[in-house]
Design a protein around this ligand. Structure first.
Ligand code: NDP
Length: 327
């Protein structure tokens, strides 16, 4: 049925860098889609570390800024040009602009259809972290059945999905997490061993009979990097995909030699979604099992206007699973 677009909407805007309190709900015009763009009525917005970096000034953005690149919702208008989607389609995307809002824009070529029967909120909760876990396992670490893999922050958004996908593949998972409750979640997701961060490289050696793991998925960064290298088996892969504890200082290539001819990759999601065929494949492998309940994604939802509280929780290490905002 036709959707009458309002002229204004609520968006969470920041006018300067700072703490979570710079994120304030304001009334702003509903944006109109440009060439190749879709306007989406937002059902859920994903909260990601990148927005905390943009808000604090670690990653520069132009102010005033409506942050947010991840959203699910319904297409309500299309800009000029050809589109693979239609008004009324249920979609999710990790390529939105200004997603901390009731309406946001995204290139229509970067919209992923949400299968019937899959809730939009859940699809959003699973998008960015699910697709990230998928590309890390299939295309960066290229994990094979039977291999040992170390997943840091196993109760986190990427962590819980990565552990489940690895277990489905037949890999053997060791996970780190900071509290007993978080370690329970990592074990429930399928980790064979859930351990604390303290001395994890030595624990990993012991658990793997001295060999080390074939791959480490490390989104923690500075605090874990050195020991992640030390946890690898010969010719293993360190997938350094984030910096929740801060950025890793410059690395001497010789350190990779010393660690046993290992590979270091610092990947980012857009490079693994650029090809439409590849994007479809990854989406199918995440949303297929999500729709049937074989893949479970835990998330907490905050009202859009409380985006600041969501940032405080994410930065304060207080979340498990994914965090989303709902208008
Ligand atoms: P998480 O849900 O995993 O939250 C981060 C977790 O990191 C925390 O819950 C915490 O778990 C752990 N952590 C360790 N040290 C700290 C610290 N000092 N401050 C805060 N958290 C800490 O987040 P996401 O799943 O959303 O993202 C994980 C990482 O992946 C982030 O760094 C993010 O930027 C990155 N990312 C990268 C992508 C890419 O393509 N490169 C795409 C998506 C995300 P615990 O308490 O158990 O240690």
């Amino acid at each position: 049925e036709p959707h009458t677009l309002p002229e204004t909407m609520t968006a969470v805007r920041a006018h300067r860098t700072g703490g979570p309190d710079v994120l304030t709900p304001e009334t702003v015009p509903v944006p109109s889609p440009g060439e190749g763009e879709a306007l989406i009525r937002v059902a859920a917005t994903g909260v990601n570390f990148i927005e905390t970096y943009q808000r604090s000034g670690a990653y520069p953005v132009e102010f005033p800024a409506v942050l947010g690149t991840e959203a699910s919702g319904v297409v309500v208008a299309l800009g000029p040009g050809d589109h693979a989607v239609s008004v009324g389609d249920r979609v999710t995307t990790a390529s939105a602009r200004g997603a901390y809002a009731e309406y946001c824009l995204a290139p229509s070529s970067h919209l992923i259809p949400v299968p019937d029967g899959l809730e939009l909120e859940l699809a959003c909760a699973a998008s960015l972290q699910g697709l990230t876990a998928h590309y890390l396992i299939t295309s960066v670490a290229r994990v094979e059945p039977g291999q040992w893999v170390l997943v840091h922050a196993g109760a986190g958004g990427v962590g819980q999905v990565a552990i489940q996908l690895l277990a489905r593949l037949g890999a053997r998972v060791i996970s780190t997490a900071s509290t007993p409750e978080k370690r329970e979640l990592a074990s429930a997701a399928g980790a064979e061993h859930s351990i604390g961060y303290e001395g994890f490289a030595d624990t990993v050696r012991t658990l793997t009979d001295g060999r080390g793991v074939s791959a480490v998925l490390d989104g923690v960064g500075r605090a874990t990097f050195d020991d992640s290298l030390r946890s690898l088996d010969r010719r293993g892969t360190l997938a350094l995909f984030g910096a929740a504890s801060g950025p890793v200082p410059p690395v001497d290539p010789q350190a990779l030699n010393k660690a046993g001819s290992v590979t270091l990759c610092r990947p980012s999601l857009p490079d693994f979604l650029a090809d439409p065929e590849e994007r479809r494949w990854r989406a199918e492998e995440v949303f297929g099992p999500l729709a049937t309940g074989e893949l479970r994604v835990e998330y907490s939802a905050y009202p859009l206007a409380e985006a600041a509280a969501a940032h405080t929780a994410l930065e304060g290490r207080a979340t498990t699973g994914k965090t989303v905002l709902t208008p």
